[in-house]
Design a protein around this ligand. Structure first.
Ligand code: SAM
Length: 225
């Protein structure tokens, strides 16, 4: 049984595709995608030995070794250009996801969809997508074990987001006023409240300049609520 998070990621993979799941760990996602007949074949990539061995064992235990190729390597280095249609990368920070995409740019030939699930710093991923000929076609956001997970679904195309709030919280999430996104906004406002309080307590020159920034950000956040 897949977690709700992985299930929602899977629901953004279109049928009859070849998929690569990078940072696959246990390989739950590619196993599920092949078992459900969503993916015709899959690559499970892992950079670390433990998870790589776990993925390999898990795939063989499920009798799927003919359909899922488990490979050890960094990011997209495990792929040949043109080998897959869809790439999923989930359960790591936004900076790491961006690094994997940037380092593996030439492996994205023929890839028509990216399903990315950053844990934090999703703005880094949105900015990278926008600057490299990808556009968001949908987003999702959920909490699992008290952590916030986002799902960014992108296809080839142009996107022109300039609003920093949209980059930070996601244009689809904001448009829907998704309750989890409002939670994130509340959380950021809480951080500002505490920072302002500590500046009030011990004012310094730096603190006063910082206060201006914090007030400006608070106003921006207030607008998206
Ligand atoms: N994708 C699974 C999920 O969402 O449930 C597993 C997430 S797990 C927290 C992150 C995995 O990514 C770890 O197994 C780690 O070894 C792997 N990883 C991190 N950086 C990687 C990279 N550059 N290339 C391949 N795998 C990577």
């Amino acid at each position: 049984n897949l977690s709700e998070r992985l299930e929602r990621i899977a629901s953004n993979v279109p049928p009859n595709v070849k998929v690569a799941d990078i940072g696959s760990d246990h390989a739950y996602l590619p196993i599920y995608l092949v078992q459900k007949g969503i993916a015709t074949s899959a690559v499970a990539g892992e950079v670390n030995d433990g998870p790589f061995k776990g993925a390999d064992r898990h795939v063989r235990e499920n009798g799927l070794a003919d359909f899922i190729s488990v490979r050890k390597g960094d990011g997209l280095a495990v792929l040949q250009p043109g080998e897959v249609d869809v790439i999923t990368i989930a359960g790591m920070g936004g900076y790491n996801i961006r690094e994997i995409l940037e380092a593996g740019k030439e492996k994205l030939v023929g890839v028509t969809r990216l399903v990315l699930s950053p844990q934090g710093d999703s703005d880094r991923v949105r900015i990278w997508l926008q600057n490299h000929g990808w556009k968001l076609i949908d987003e999702d956001i959920l909490t699992e074990d008290e952590r916030i997970y986002e799902i960014l679904v992108a296809e080839r195309g142009e996107m022109n987001i300039t609003d920093p709030m949209q980059l930070e919280f996601g244009p689809f999430n904001l448009e829907r006023k998704h309750p989890r996104v409002i939670d994130r906004v509340d959380y950021e406002q809480g951080k500002i409240r505490r920072a302002l309080a500590s500046i009030e307590k011990a004012p310094t020159e730096n603190g006063l300049a910082r206060k201006e920034e914090l007030l400006a950000r608070r106003a921006q956040l207030e607008e998206v609520r």
